[in-house]
Ligand binder design. Structure first.
Ligand SMILES: Cn1cc(Br)cc1C(=O)Nc1[nH]nc2c1CN(C(=O)N[C@H](CN1CCCC1)c1ccccc1)C21CC1
Length: 350
């Protein structure tokens, strides 16, 4: 790959590639100031072609979404030829590989994961975003075996998320809703819920409900909406899958039905709290201890540092604040070294 931007090299040590697909490459990197691992999604502008607008969609979505089950955007470094998205690193890899390694998940583990996915999708919908590509490949495991939703490149933000009709047929065919593949205008939230049904089936069975090498056959199977339910599935889980894999989107469960479904609140798990869906790191109070450490690091006053953090510019202040917060939540003590090169000092009063 061509040389990385100086801005990236200065504050990150770029390591090996951990993912490559389509028009992007994901590298592991170390955030020098905190020692924390991050993932850098690098995209060359000139090889993006008409995918450039997808990157813009993904950036807009990621800048608006901040939730514990969505892979957090930390910093954006853009040059005339490159986009570099510095993002949260999930060391557990893709949920897809996790399922394959175990054949299929036990019910109690599927409940745990599916609840996290449901809360993440409910949060996205509440912020007006449709993911449109929900599948196990787009769910990563973090160090605590919790899920992080990624790949918002197909996401869309219709004005009225509940009623605005979408037209683009996109996402992976096996997870696509009947109304999406039939080319009719469809409501994004309803299409995401169908994909959740396919996802839940894959978690519990280890294979797909609708699968065929021939795409035309696959489409027919999806539009018929007939699939086999293995006997070993519990009645409750089979009923939930049936509620999600309704060919008629008007008969399909909504995300609210989903969050209150008995199967999700089984094994004495408390019902999902409204906070779980509204949580936004930015709406939480700013952690003033972290801001104070940053002020010392940059050699400025707390009152100069605070506005730079709550500015959420996805710049070197945003990544430092979020990286420190994550380390703190993981019980790690991060000692920020004092900056010696004045050029890096905060511009303005100092
Ligand atoms: C695979 N793996 C194994 C370990 Br250990 C860690 C990982 C890993 O990927 N961790 C990780 N942390 N944060 C990220 C990743 C991967 N990653 C990704 O965004 N990964 C996606 C994976 N998509 C799934 C279907 C098609 C591609 C990707 C998108 C474009 C190009 C390459 C990769 C981010 C940046 C958000």
């Amino acid at each position: 790959l061509l040389q990385y931007p100086p801005e990236l090299e200065k504050r990150y040590t770029v390591k090996e590639t951990i993912g490559s697909g389509g028009f992007a490459k994901v590298k592991l990197a170390i955030h020098k100031a905190t020692g924390e691992k991050v993932a850098v999604k690098v995209m060359c502008k000139d090889s993006l072609g008409e995918d450039l607008h997808r990157v813009q969609l993904e950036i807009d979505a990621l800048k608006s979404l901040s939730h514990r089950h969505i892979c957090q955007l930390y910093e954006i470094i853009e040059t005339p030829v490159l986009f570099c998205l510095i993002m949260e690193y999930a060391p557990g890899g893709e949920l897809f590989d996790y399922i394959i390694a175990r054949d299929r998940l036990k019910e109690h583990e599927a409940v745990k994961f599916f609840r996290q996915i449901a809360v993440a999708v409910a949060y996205c919908h509440s912020k007006g975003f449709i993911h449109r590509d929900l599948k196990p490949e787009n769910l990563l495991l973090d160090e605590q075996q919790n899920l992080k939703l990624i790949d918002f490149g197909l996401a869309s933000k219709p004005m009225d998320v509940k009623h605005q009709l979408l037209h683009t047929c996109c996402g992976s065919p096996a997870y696509a809703a009947p109304e999406v593949i039939s080319g009719q205008p469809y409501i994004g939230t309803e299409a995401d819920l169908w994909s959740m049904g396919v996802l839940l089936y894959a978690l519990l069975c280890g294979f797909l409900p609708f699968d065929d090498d021939n795409t035309a056959t696959l489409y027919r199977l999806i539009q018929e909406g007939k699939y086999k339910v293995p006997d070993r599935l519990s009645k409750e889980s089979a009923r939930l899958i049936q509620g999600l894999l309704q060919v008629d989107p008007k008969r399909r469960l909504t995300v609210t039905d989903l969050l209150t479904h008995p199967w999700l609140c089984s094994n004495d798990r408390p019902p999902v709290q409204p906070y779980d869906i509204l949580e936004d790191v930015r709406m939480r109070d700013v952690d003033m201890d972290v801001v104070q450490q940053m002020a010392v690091h940059f050699g400025v006053s707390l009152s100069d540092m605070h506005p730079l953090v709550v500015n959420w510019a996805f710049d070197k202040y945003t990544v430092l604040y979020l990286s420190m917060l994550k380390a703190k939540e993981n019980g790690k003590i991060v000692k920020l070294s004092r900056l010696w090169y004045p050029a890096d000092r905060v511009s303005g009063s100092c």
